[in-house]
Design a protein around this ligand. Sequence first.
Ligand code: CAO
Length: 413
Amino acid sequence: MSKALEGVRILDMTHVQSGPTCTQLLAWFGADVIKVERAGVGDATRGQLRDIPDVDSLYFTMLNHNKRSITLDTKNEKGKEVFERLLRCCDVLVENFAPGALDRMGFPWEKIHEINPGIIYASVKGFGKGPYQDCKVYENVAQCTGGSASTTGFDDGPPTVTGAQIGDTGTGLHLAIGILAALVHRQSTGLGQRVECAMQDGVMNLCRVKFRDQQRLQHGPLTEYPQYPNGEFGSSVPRSGNASGGGQPGWAVKTKPGGPNDYVYVIIQPPGWAHLMRVIGREELIDDPEWSTPQVRLPKLDQCFAMIEEWTKTKTKFEVMETLNPLNVPCGPILSIEELINEEALMKTGTVVEVDHPERGKYRTVGNPIKLSNSPTEVIRSPLLGEHTDEVLTDVLGYNESEIETLREAGAV
Ligand code: CAO
């Protein structure tokens, strides 16, 4: 079975998390991803947060599956020649260096476009053009500068970053979408183009509903936020705790036996109201004019969820799920990472995968969350540093043995 992106070759100059997320996804779809790393050093994450001495970290292995690794010094004169050859035979260049790094290597976009007019040049940067364009940026900086931190957490607590890596992984996914669009565009024009996604912009896109609420705020309080009706609204969208971001109220309520993740998120929709009240033993509220419509419930959502919690506290989160789901009451148990990584159904779909690595042995990872019916993903272990240098130099770039030796002697590879 052929893969969706078979025949597409990616020159992968990415490191850490945002860029590697993008190229890993493209590799899962079948692209030939050649990761360029500095000899002896490699992607810094190979050595970060190591759990086993001298073995590539899980941080690295889990973001670099299905890639080939070559070591190349792109600042070395001979290395630049190899880099140029790579540019000629690749469809896409992806990088997430600090701003201007490729220009400093001697490869601005104009030169890259001249070398290969068909190549797509895709970058992640912290910020777009503006006062912060030269700044280096990591995940939490993006969460803070993209509107997420100011709207996450509880009203009486500090701005809070979220565990989901919306700055890094989120921007990597945005970039992958841009690359795919540019590949389609190239089919009719023959030309590559620049694809850029700033982490601040990617986070803002994921915070779209908060920009909706900012403008609603000019017309009155945000009635679905926990600050309504008794709290204060300032001039900016406040932190909304566990309130639902949509039009239906929701909250995380406690369940049995009371551990840190024994909670279930329950959403109250008008069609589920009667079922919910019956289940929790408050049938008298079904038609009570003080409770029966969303409008009258809004000012007392805290009481609503307190009543529901009285019932959920007597069940496990899974029992609540089993009871409420058939009644069309949307709910979701708070699942811990431990529960998810051991979930058999997720292993069957390939969303959780076990991978064997020659140096670290078996480990589990999150596989490709996007399933293509004619292009299933096979998760292949990440490459060791420079594992494919000779293979790529020979098979892709056409160097012979003595030429490779010369490159080695010059310190290029
Ligand atoms: N050969 C020769 N030189 C190489 C090389 C190679 N194969 N690969 C990298 N280098 C050089 C770069 O050219 C750069 O040199 P200059 O400083 O002289 O231009 C240098 O190595 C370091 O690159 P860097 O500045 O990108 O790395 P850093 O560790 O200092 O910064 C990061 C890391 C992530 C903050 C920065 O790359 C960045 O802001 N990237 C854009 C935003 C981003 O993706 N952030 C998310 C990272 S995931 O949390």
